[in-house]
Ligand binder design. Structure first.
Ligand code: AMP
Ligand code: MG
Length: 415
C-alpha cells in the first residue's frame, strides 16, 4: 500500500518508489504576459536589454559630478552652475557636465553625460537662477540607479520553473517581454458517482443527497492552478461510468472520479479504470487516514484518481496526492505547496502506527508570541462541519504513535 512518502523522493533509493516519476510536466505554450499570473515558466528568460535602460535619478534635485561636492557642509557650501533642466521623458544625453556644473533633475530622469550622482533638492539652496549651493556631499552612485543595475543585457532574469507573481510580471514588462512560455495548466475532469446523488441545484427526493464533491473538487483544482471541467454525476453503473470516463479523458490530463473507490459490491471505480483503454493501475489503497480507499491509475501521461466519496477523505487525498501532481504537471515539482506553521498541541493526538494520519485542526492564538494552540476537530469523514471549522491539517507520520499534549508540531494550512 502506498503512503505519501512513496510519492516523494524523501527516502534514499532504492526504497523510494516515486510514482510521480511516471509522469512528466505538461508541454509549454505562449501566453500573453497579462494572462500569466500564477503560471510557471517553461523556459528561462534572458534579458535582451539593460534594465533600467539608462542611469536614472532616484531623487528630485541636481545631477552632479560627485567630486564637485566633496568636503562641502552647511558652513562651507559647494557652488555649482546649473546648465539646464532634464524634462521627464526626454533624453539628457545632449547635456554633458563639465567640472562645477549641474543639471536640475526629477526622480526617474535620465542622468546627463559625466554626471555620477544626484544631490537631493533638500540639501541645496538657489543663490541665483544659475547657481546653487550644496550643503552635503554625495558619493559616486548616490541617489541614482545605474543602467542595467537591475538586469544587464544577457542576464538570466527568471529561471525555468519560476512561478510568475506580480513582481516577476513587472520585471518582464520592464524588459518588453509581453508573451511568455509557460507550462500548460492541467485540465482536470471531475465526475461524481453514486446512485444517491443529485445536482446541488435540485431538491433531493427521499433517499438522495446533493452532490458536494463536484463543487469542492472544482474549487480545489482551480486554487491549485488547474482547469476544472465538470462532468456532473454518474450513477453506480459500470457501462455508463466507463463511457463518461473514456470521453472525459479525451481532453483532460487528470480525471478525478469520486465515490465508488472501495471494494464494495456497488463500487465500480477500480473495474472502470481497469477497463479504460491503455490504462495501467498504479495503486488501489493508500496508507493515509482518512482516505484509504484511493485508486491511482495512468493512461500515458494522464492520471486517473478514484477518490473516496466522503468529503473529508476526498479533500485530504486531494491535498496529499492530487495537488502535488497538479503542481508537478504545471512545472513546479511534486511538492505539497502548502504553507506550514509551528503550533503546540492542546491535547494528545493518538494515532495508529502504519498509517499516515491527517487530523483536521483549529488554531487559536496564544499570548506573548507563543505558537498557536492546535485543537483537533474530530468528526466522521462524511461530516462537513469539522472541515469548515478547521484551519489546516496536522500530519502524523506512519511510524509514530501520535503526539502528547504540549508538543510542538507543524500544521499544514489550508490555502
Ligand atoms: P463511496 O465512496 O461511494 O462509498 O461513498 C462514501 C460516502 O460518501 C457515501 O455516504 C456517499 O453518499 C458519499 N458521497 C460520495 N460521493 C459524494 C458526493 N459527490 N457528494 C456528497 N457525498 C458523496
Ligand atoms: Mg458510492
Amino acid at each position: 500500500m502506498k503512503s505519501m512518502s512513496d510519492f516523494f523522493p524523501m527516502k534514499s533509493p532504492p526504497e523510494s518508489v516515486s510514482l510521480f516519476a511516471e509522469f512528466i510536466p505538461l508541454a509549454s505554450e505562449m501566453v500573453p504576459l497579462s494572462m500569466a499570473r500564477g503560471r510557471v515558466l517553461a523556459e528561462e528568460i534572458v534579458s535582451g536589454e539593460a534594465l533600467p535602460p539608462f542611469s536614472r535619478s532616484t531623487m528630485d534635485g541636481y545631477a552632479v559630478r560627485a567630486a564637485d561636492t566633496y568636503g562641502c557642509s552647511g558652513l562651507e557650501e559647494a557652488l555649482v552652475t546649473v546648465i539646464g533642466e532634464i524634462a521627464m521623458g526626454t533624453s539628457s544625453q545632449a547635456l554633458c557636465l563639465q567640472p562645477g556644473q549641474a543639471a536640475r533633475i526629477a526622480t526617474g530622469g535620465e542622468l546627463p553625460a559625466m554626471a555620477d550622482a544626484v544631490v537631493m533638492v533638500e540639501v541645496t539652496r538657489p543663490l541665483d537662477n544659475k547657481t546653487v549651493a550644496v550643503s552635503r556631499p554625495v558619493a559616486p552612485g548616490e541617489n541614482i540607479i545605474r543602467a542595467g543595475e537591475d538586469y544587464a543585457p544577457g542576464a538570466v532574469v527568471l529561471r525555468r520553473g519560476s512561478r510568475l507573481r506580480p513582481q516577476e510580471m513587472g520585471v518582464l514588462s520592464g524588459l518588453g517581454v509581453v508573451s511568455v512560455p509557460v507550462h500548460r495548466r492541467p485540465r482536470v475532469a471531475i465526475l461524481s458517482t453514486g446512485d444517491e446523488l443529485v445536482p446541488a441545484e435540485q431538491t433531493p427526493p427521499p433517499g438522495k443527497i446533493r452532490d458536494i464533491n463536484s463543487t469542492t473538487l472544482a474549487a480545489l483544482v482551480e486554487e491549485a492552478g488547474g482547469i476544472a471541467i465538470a462532468h456532473g454525476i454518474c450513477g453506480d453503473d459500470f457501462e455508463n461510468m466507463l463511457a463518461v470516463c473514456t470521453e472525459a479523458l479525451v481532453e483532460a490530463d487528470v480525471l478525478l472520479l469520486s465515490g465508488g473507490s472501495s471494494r464494495g459490491r456497488r463500487d465500480f471505480t477500480h473495474q472502470v479504470f481497469s477497463a479504460i483503454p491503455h490504462a495501467q493501475m498504479l495503486t488501489h489503497g493508500v496508507s493515509v487516514r482518512p482516505g484509504k480507499p484511493t485508486i491511482l491509475a495512468r493512461q500515458g501521461n494522464k492520471s486517473l484518481f478514484g477518490l473516496p466519496g466522503p468529503a473529508a477523505s476526498a479533500m485530504v487525498i486531494f491535498y496529499c496526492f492530487v495537488r502535488p501532481l497538479l503542481r508537478y504537471y504545471s512545472g513546479l515539482g511534486a511538492t505539497l505547496g502548502l504553507s506550514s506553521i509551528r503550533a503546540t498541541t492542546a491535547q494528545p493526538f493518538p494515532s495508529a502506527i502504519g498509517r499516515e494520519e491527517y487530523v483536521r485542526v483549529q488554531l487559536s492564538p496564544q499570548d506573548g508570541g507563543a505558537p498557536p494552540l492546535a485543537t483537533a476537530v474530530y468528526g466522521k469523514s462524511g461530516l462537513l462541519s469539522p472541515l469548515v471549522r478547521a484551519d489546516g491539517l496536522l500530519p502524523i507520520g506512519c511510524e509514530i504513535e501520535g503526539f502528547g499534549r504540549g508538543v510542538e508540531v507543524s500544521v499544514l494550512l489550508f490555502p
